[in-house]
Every structure is written in structure tokens, then in C-alpha cells.
Design a protein around this ligand. Structure first.
Ligand code: C2E
Ligand code: MN
Ligand code: MN
Length: 403
């Protein structure tokens, strides 16, 4: 099927302008052989390329481009299908914005295209081209924004040696820190439930009598608070996950939480309850009273896995949590995806206006962290910084700049 793919990149700083001409020459020959057509725009720093052709061939070519050392910071902007090519019989044509004015470049792009101009004005591909031509450089990257400038050093078990399995409980907990790398600070500790064999939350809940899930989920939080005390978390904040229906279906749920929090010598304000986006929306009306009761005690509320469900930003018209956690689905490879970047930017802007603190979850790569920091996110959770550790806090890997 005829596929159009658009990406932007930067000509690697070690390449000279003639390297670009060579790149285009090579592209012309290779693309002609593959039946791929398109154009390339260059403004002295950034590249925007449109590729059109058979899907498998376009995708294979793009994968090569991503690995090509001459392209830095390659970001996919669009992948779509269409009835016909916009640029025919042009193996690859270069439009250099350094030597021609934006207006003439735009005119000649339109002339080379087979699309009538009245159709082009509503076409996403032409809108990407037009924005690139008129908006100029996408980003003036600072050197320190590049992942290669950073490295990690580990801090050993900041809360002492982990306890191993604890006897006499129905479950265990693993802790994973949420960190603020620029501050070198632990922002909070998430407590993730584990079975008594160390098994996953999924396994733990699958082994329960379905009629008892809410009750058990609630009761296990007492172990979490007791563990926080045992680890001497001091004034750190902790986050626990809870099915919101536990607050609705179990009588006296909120009172139970407050009691257990106090028994462990914690303040309600130190505790954040995380509920997932889907749970939040599906039971919102029944859940509303429980939220009020919870807020009345000082316990915080976070929306978990934001972006993985079907609610999206409209959820924030009904309810604004203290904290919002962006799901790993959006975070993963965010540095390579234009759509993911646009979504993160809109979440950041929304949460900034509403004073909701943001956490990005599931960070595994320095590149993801770098991009998210540059978009204004300061708090992170993920294997890159620290893995969940049973009954303790594992090593934390703090990033710092190479010298
Ligand atoms: P969650 O609350 O979103 O927790 C984060 C999950 O992502 C954890 O999985 C954690 O181990 C994993 N994770 C963290 N960083 C990374 C990373 O960099 N890469 C990858 N691939 N994964 C990462 P876990 O512990 O298996 O928990 C899964 C889910 O189970 C949790 O997702 C939460 O929704 C639920 N859960 C955990 N504890 C409880 C609980 O006490 N009650 C309830 N109702 N649900 C719980
Ligand atoms: Mn969570
Ligand atoms: Mn999550």
C-alpha cells in the first residue's frame, strides 16, 4: 500500500554541506531503485524529509536512516496512507532554505507536486512542509541535552539493606523511588504489591477470591505503611496503589487508612493513593464521595497510567489530582516520536496551568529522560534510575554530566 512517512532530523555537526549533497545523491539512486519518491528540506541545521512508496520499502528505508550516523536526533512525525503520490518521478529532491527564500521554496515544492493547490492547503504533508519552511529551526539543542553528555553513578541502598521476605503477612511490597535527578532528590517512594513468593501484583490478585479483592487490597495497605516505618523513611512521601472501588465497597475504608497511617507514625499528607485513569473514569460518580472523604483527611491522590486509557485530558475537567503519572506507553521512545512529543507537551502545559505535579513513568533510556526534562518534566520513575526492590529501596542511579 502507498505509504507516506515524514521525519525530521539534524545533520550531524561533523558533516559539512557537501556531505548533504552526497547524501541526497545516494538517496536519489537508492530510492529510484526502491520506487520511493519524495523531497528533502534543509535549513542549515534541521532536515525534513518526505518519503512515499510501498509500505515495507519505506519502513525499511526509514530504519536505515535512523541508524545512519549522518542523521542526528531523528524524530518520526507522520506515517499515513494515501491514494497517490504527492511527488512523482523525483528520486529525492533537495530544497535548501539557506540559498532560497521561504516563499520561493514553498512555490517550487508546490510546483513539483502533483497535487492541485486547493487540495494541498488541507493536506497534512504540505502543512508539515509549510511549517518547516516558515517556522525555521525546530530546536536549538544545547550540548547538555544530548544523552551522550550524561552518565550514571549509583548510590547503594539509600535506606539500608532490604529486609528479604517478611513473615506473617498476606503479601509483600517492593519499593521504587520516584526521583528528581537535577536536585539529586528522592521525590517519593512507590510501594508495589508482591505475593509472598515475590510474585507480581497480577499473580497476587489472580489468586484471590474475586469477592474479596477490594477488601484485601485495602487491608494490605497496612503492611505497606508498617514497612515504611520499618525502613525509617522519615519525611519522605510514599505512594500506594488502590482500586478505587475499595474505598466505595469496603465500609469505613478511609477511616481504616488514616488509622493505619497514624499507627505507623506517618502523616496522612505523606501518603498518596494512586488510581489508574480507567478506574477513575469508569466509577467516577460512585467514587466521588470517597475522593471527598480522602481529601478531607489530607491523603493525596494521583492518577496513574495517564495516557494508556480512554479518558485523556478531558478527565481533568471533572477532577484535578495532586499528581499525574504519564504512562510508560507514551514515555517509551518519546525521543523518536513526533506524536508522543506533541502529547507530552500538551500534558505538561495542562498540568503547569493547573499546578498538578507530573511524573513520567517507565524511563529506561537516558534519551527518554533528556527529552522529557527538556519538555519541562522534573520527576521520573523507571528502571534507568532504580528498579523496584522487595522490602527495601534498591540502588539509585543518579545521572550527571560527563567532564
Ligand atoms: P503501576 O502502579 O503503574 O506501577 C509501575 C509498574 O511499572 C510496576 O510494575 C513497576 O515494576 C513497573 N516499572 C517501573 N519502572 C519500569 C521501567 O522502567 N520499565 C518497565 N518495563 N516497567 C517499569 P508492577 O510492580 O508489576 O506493578 C504493576 C501494576 O500493578 C502497578 O502499575 C499497579 O497498577 C498495580 N499494583 C501494584 N501494587 C498494587 C496494589 O497494592 N493494589 C492494586 N490495586 N494494584 C497494585
Ligand atoms: Mn502506580
Ligand atoms: Mn503506572
Amino acid at each position: 500500500m502507498l505509504t507516506t512517512l515524514i521525519y525530521r532530523s539534524q545533520l550531524d555537526s561533523s558533516c559539512h554541506d557537501d556531505a548533504l549533497n552526497m547524501l541526497v545523491e545516494q538517496a536519489k539512486q537508492r530510492n529510484t531503485a526502491l520506487g520511493i519518491t519524495g523531497i528533502m528540506l534543509f535549513n542549515g541545521q534541521d532536515i525534513l524529509q518526505v518519503l512515499e512508496g510501498r509500505e515495507d520499502r519505506v519502513v525499511a528505508l526509514y530504519q536505515r536512516i535512523v541508524k545512519d550516523k549522518r542523521h542526528a536526533s531523528v524524530v518520526e512525525l507522520m506515517r499515513d496512507y494515501g491514494p497517490r503520490r504527492r511527488f512523482e518521478n523525483v528520486g529525492m529532491l533537495l530544497f535548501d532554505l539557506q540559498v532560497r527564500s521561504p516563499k520561493t521554496v514553498l512555490q517550487s515544492v508546490l510546483r513539483y507536486s502533483k497535487l492541485e493547490s486547493y487540495l494541498a492547503s488541507d493536506d497534512r504533508v504540505f502543512k508539515f512542509i509549510q511549517s518547516f519552511i516558515t517556522r525555521g529551526n525546530y530546536a536549538h539543542r544545547h550540548h547538555d541535552e544530548r544523552a551522550e553528555a550524561w552518565t550514571l553513578t549509583s548510590e547503594k541502598h539509600p535506606f539500608g539493606e532490604p529486609a528479604g521476605l517478611i513473615d506473617g503477612q498476606t503479601c509483600q511490597f517492593a519499593l521504587q523511588p520516584i526521583v528528581e535527578p537535577y536536585e539529586g532528590k528522592i521525590s517519593s517512594l512507590e510501594m508495589l504489591i508482591r505475593g509472598n513468593d515475590g510474585g507480581s501484583p497480577e499473580q497476587f490478585f489472580a489468586n484471590l477470591d474475586p469477592a474479596k479483592i477490594y477488601e484485601v487490597d485495602l487491608q494490605t495497605k497496612a503492611y505497606a505503611f508498617a514497612l515504611a516505618k520499618r525502613l525509617k523513611i522519615g519525611s519522605h512521601k510514599i505512594a500506594v496503589n488502590l482500586l478505587p472501588m475499595s474505598l466505595v465497597n469496603v465500609p469505613g475504608a478511609v477511616e481504616f487508612l488514616v488509622e493505619q497511617i497514624q499507627l505507623s507514625g506517618l502523616q496522612p499528607e505523606q501518603v498518596i493513593i494512586e488510581v489508574t485513569e480507567n478506574e477513575m473514569i469508569s466509577g467516577f460518580n460512585t467514587f466521588n464521595n470517597a475522593i471527598k472523604a480522602l481529601r478531607g483527611t489530607g491523603i493525596g491522590l494521583a492518577i496513574d497510567d495517564f495516557g494508556s486509557g480512554y479518558a485523556g485530558l478531558s478527565l481533568l475537567t471533572k477532577f484535578q489530582p495532586d499528581k499525574l503519572k504519564i504512562d510508560r506507553e507514551i514515555v517509551s521512545n518519546v525521543h523518536l516520536s513526533g506524536p508522543k512529543q506533541a502529547i507530552v507537551k500538551s500534558i505538561v502545559s495542562c498540568c503547569t496551568d493547573l499546578e498538578i505535579s507530573l511524573v513520567a513513568e517507565g524511563i529506561e533510556k537516558l534519551e527518554e529522560w533528556r527529552w522529557l526534562e527538556s519538555a519541562g518534566i522534573r520527576r521520573f520513575q523507571g528502571f534507568l534510575f532504580a528498579r523496584p526492590q522487595l522490602n527495601g529501596v534498591g540502588d539509585i542511579h543518579w545521572p550527571h554530566m560527563r567532564h
